[in-house]
Design a protein around this ligand. Structure first.
Ligand code: FMN
Length: 301
């Protein structure tokens, strides 16, 4: 996978499903991460070709629950992000999707108690041997690009040391979210500490944190490329040099959700985030989205 100067859509739970990834790509995103999917959940899925939609669906056995949906159009830019704490389980899950995605990424930054208590996400940051085991197992058995996404450790020296170990384990690129585990989203991202990692590694480093305008892509200097989460969630046209109004982007998002039969919970969650940022969930539009029972209702709002 090519990383130089690319604009990357970050993984976002409940947001980064197929319609949102295609929307971001439509506005110029070069690499699009899916939402984090836990290995336990993925290994309960079967792979189905959905002839009607033209998608490849990973559906939880015995249910109609689509855990991951992708399509050939995004095959060369979609990254499957996984939550895991076990190399064998990670490989079993990755093997299911390996033909359908460009890269497999391991989430090593999620601070939520659900992740940490399962030994996943940011819990991995203090387990370099396990990181090594997971990465080398995936590398040995898959042809995909293998990457991971970390947060900053207590000191810049610690982050650089861990990043070097991850590079040695064989990842093709490393995404660094410029916040420490206890930091809140409103705390500023530490771009200077990301730069320390860039200086120490020879693999591509994907810088992440506080990109809210197209111009910010240029402002994170030195990194191979830049990844954006909230800036894209609020207005996916951030990937385009000429930003569209959030209302236009919202309409286009709903259109894509209908086209790709998106899960209504994901559609509502994403719309609520957009509306809460630019307007208010207390106003008529927000209330109507909250009340919607299906995507058709959402479209009528
Ligand atoms: N990070 C992950 O590694 N995996 C996820 O599934 C994930 N879900 C997120 C969901 C939402 C709604 C948000 C706002 C963030 C999520 N993150 C996740 C963190 C982002 O990928 C990113 O690292 C963080 O928001 C900092 O980037 P930003 O300043 O551009 O928002």
């Amino acid at each position: 996978m090519e990383y130089k100067n690319k604009h990357v859509l970050a993984p976002m739970v409940r947001v980064g499903t197929l319609p949102f990834r295609l929307l971001a790509a439509q506005y110029g995103a070069d690499i699009t991460y899916g939402e984090e999917i836990i290995d336990h959940k993925m290994i309960k899925c079967d792979r189905h070709i959905n002839e009607y939609l033209g998608t490849t669906d990973f559906v939880e056995r015995g249910t109609e629950n689509v855990v991951f949906r992708t399509c050939p159009e995004e095959r060369n830019r979609v990254v499957f992000q996984m939550g895991t704490s076990n190399a064998v389980r990670a490989l079993t899950a990755a093997q299911l999707v390996s033909k359908d995605v460009a890269a497999i990424d391991i989430n090593m930054g999620c601070p939520k108690s659900f992740s940490i208590s399962g030994g996943m996400g940011a819990a991995l940051l203090s387990k370099p041997e396990l990181i090594h085991d997971i990465i080398t197992t995936l590398k040995r058995n898959l042809d995909n690009t293998i990457t991971c996404k970390i947060r900053l450790l207590k000191s810049s020296e610690d982050t650089v040391e861990l990043a070097r170990r991850i590079e040695k384990a064989g990842v093709s690129a490393l995404a660094v979210h410029g916040r420490r585990v206890p930091d809140r989203p409103r705390d500023p991202a530490k771009w200077d500490e990301i730069a320390d990692v860039v200086a120490a590694l020879s693999i591509p480093v994907i810088a992440n944190g506080d990109v809210f305008e197209y111009e910010d892509f240029e402002r994170i200097k030195g990194a191979t490329c830049v990844m954006v989460a909230r800036g894209a969630l609020w207005n996916a046209s951030i990937f385009s040099p000429s930003k569209s109004s959030w209302e236009d982007v919202k309409r286009e998002y709903v259109r894509q959700c209908i086209l790709w039969d998106n899960d209504v919970k994901s559609t509502k969650h994403t719309l609520k985030e957009m509306i809460a940022h630019y307007s208010s969930l207390e106003l008529a539009e927000g209330k109507a989205v909250i009340k919607s029972a299906n995507t058709e209702n959402v479209a009528m709002v």
